[in-house]
Design a protein around this ligand. Sequence first.
Ligand code: SF4
Ligand code: SF4
Length: 256
Amino acid sequence: MIGRLSPNRVVRNDSICIHCNKCTKACPVNIDVAKATEVKTTECISCNECVNICPKKGALENKFSKKIISPLVILILVFTLFFGGIFVTQRLGWYSNVAAPLKEGETLTIEAIRGFMTLSDVATGLKMDIKDLYTKLEIPESVPPTTKFKELSTFVPGMTDEKAKEILTKDMENPISQETKTNMVVVTEPPKEPVVLKGYMPLSDIAKILNISIEELYQKLKIPFTVPPTTILKQVDTFVPGFDFEAEKTKLESNP
Ligand code: SF4
Ligand code: SF4
């Protein structure tokens, strides 16, 4: 309808045309431009291929309300309308090229999972505990819940979003029975290695062993920041008189 109403037309001037048929051959939608005096069909996509290829100046032209306009102007108009349309409709809130986040209480089906969704979005949408999602898809705990579904394969080799959806679908079809769940072995974290500190260790090394910042270590030991981090534990008393390194070492080892 819009094509029919459009004031823009490709017009052929038969008296200038040399009937080389190049316009017809160039037309991507197979319009026989070389035989038409005016392209009125709605199939015309105004690509201007025919006008650009025509070797005879004035034989084939674009007319806008009976005025000749150059293909460049048409191109600019198309771009302006296209991007201007997107800009205006986005500003008015009628259109968005970013998917809206799931609303509270909204449920997601597995088919509706999209690659841009994060793991936490998927778990929330499927009303599933995020830990269950990680278990089902064998995702290591170190993978952040903000990871996009389509980027799973960077952490779990071979786990494309399609494969992940397949696993989830199968899981939904064959949910683990309560009995099986009860019999499942609960995997607990392995016991941590005991922390062993020595009096000859510098403070900076102790902080690293305890996996805390040097500032946190100073706070734990209640020593001022003027004590150099290279000071070994048993010589802290040269800066902090009365510092009992044995007692502090025991405290740190028992409560790292
Ligand atoms: S403007 Fe494009 S679609 Fe229209 S007649 Fe010419 S080549 Fe064909
Ligand atoms: S390309 Fe130009 S000269 Fe050739 S047939 Fe088409 S209108 Fe005529």
